[in-house]
Design a protein around this ligand. Structure first.
Ligand SMILES: Cc1cc2nc3c(=O)[nH]c(=O)nc-3n(C[C@H](O)[C@H](O)[C@H](O)COP(=O)(O)OP(=O)(O)OC[C@H]3O[C@@H](n4cnc5c(N)ncnc54)[C@H](O)[C@@H]3O)c2cc1C
Length: 324
């Protein structure tokens, strides 16, 4: 690990200001991703800005019946929160499907949003990676790409976003709240927060330099069965190969009256297609919905299986929701 300076600001504004003053600074929350990357010298921040003492660990009701989740709320606490369990069960289920109990006790809401890809070649500093070192190439293309993207990828990068929480946040239409070094506050829709790789895969989110995440807000709850189905290589302690976050409200017969669907493991960001949800409500057909989700899907060889696996995972999720 390379030497770094360490700061522990007392206010949100000081944290964002320090990030602007110290080129190459990084905020550190639970540290469960950042420290691993520092040990491998994939991230080499000159300054760590420890945000753990900032007053950002509260979960509060919003005036419009939604929920405001502070950036420092730990994944375990969020999954156990009574309102998450009652009104946003898809989020609790996604969180509990991630990592391990010990990691969830440290991992924070903002840190989970920003965790970096698990692409093998991003972690292997002997191999080219446009995300780690822009312009160096992508060893995953033509390499072993079992965990890589089948949607929204580019010639520069085929990495996926590894987070379970992000998929649930996407289906819940969450909004990310931030403050910048000048004190300006901003709300970013989850749909726009993560980026597709294009030719700048190193730019993963809409955040600007020094911008600090303060909270994530959820709109008022949507009624329906909340499910998170994660397909992975081991029953626990493994990232998703494919995952589906779903909120489905039963209608007449096999046709739901409401369907919200987001997918993990397929792309550089949580994947959501409005036309797929509309197709499911109109026809009740899981396959019609899958067709819209997978429009443009392309495997890289060893990850071709993700395409039929997504179809089957969606079919099983919808069947479970309609049985509930
Ligand atoms: C063995 C292992 C297995 C795992 N399995 C899973 C899994 O199955 N599913 C899953 O979803 N995750 C999994 N994870 C990932 C884990 O969920 C993340 O490491 C964790 O959520 C990151 O949160 P953190 O608070 O520790 O972030 P940190 O490591 O502290 O930070 C991560 C990034 O967020 C930035 N950051 C933190 N807070 C802020 C803020 N307030 N504003 C702006 N930037 C900020 C940091 O600068 C850094 O870039 C696993 C991790 C490990 C080590």
């Amino acid at each position: 690990m390379k030497a770094f300076a360490y700061e522990r600001p007392a206010t949100v504004q000081d944290a964002a200001r320090l990030a602007a003053e110290r080129p190459g600074a990084r905020f550190i929350a639970g540290g469960t991703n950042l420290l691993d990357l520092m040990k491998l010298q994939i991230e080499t921040p000159a300054t760590l800005i420890d945000v753990n003492r900032l007053p950002l660990a509260e979960v509060t009701d919003t005036d419009d019946g939604g929920l405001r989740i502070g950036a420092l709320v730990r994944n375990s606490d969020l999954a156990a929160h009574p309102r998450v369990r009652k009104d946003y069960a898809v989020l609790g289920k996604a969180l509990l499907a991630g990592a391990s109990g010990q990691l969830r006790n440290k991992a924070t809401t903002a840190g989970n949003l920003l965790q970096r890809t698990r692409c093998y070649y991003f972690y292997d500093t002997t191999k080219p990676c446009n995300k780690r070192e822009p312009g160096s190439g992508c060893a995953a293309i033509g390499g072993f790409n079992r965990i890589m993207a089948v949607l929204g990828a580019s010639d520069a990068c085929i990495a996926t976003n590894p987070s379970d929480m992000n998929v649930a946040m996407r289906v819940l239409d969450a909004t990310v709240e931030t403050v910048d070094p000048q004190g300006a506050r901003r709300s970013i829709a989850m749909a726009d927060f993560h980026r597709l790789p294009g030719d700048t895969p190193q730019i993963e989110t809409d955040l600007k330099a020094g911008e600090l995440i303060t909270a994530v807000t959820l709109p008022k709850p949507v009624e329906g069965v909340h499910l998170y189905r994660k397909v992975r290589d081991r029953a626990s302690y493994a990232f998703a190969t494919v995952s589906v976050a779903a909120i489905i409200a039963k209608g007449e017969g096999d046709k739901p009256k409401l369907a919200k669907l987001a997918f993990g493991g397929l792309a550089h960001k949580p994947w959501r297609v409005a036309a797929a949800e509309a197709a499911l409500v109109e026809t009740g057909s899981a396959d019609a919905a899958s067709e819209r989700v997978l429009d443009g899907a392309r495997g890289q060889g060893s990850n071709d299986f993700k395409i039929p696996l997504t179809r089957r995972t969606l079919r099983a999720t919808i069947a479970e929701a309609l049985r509930a």
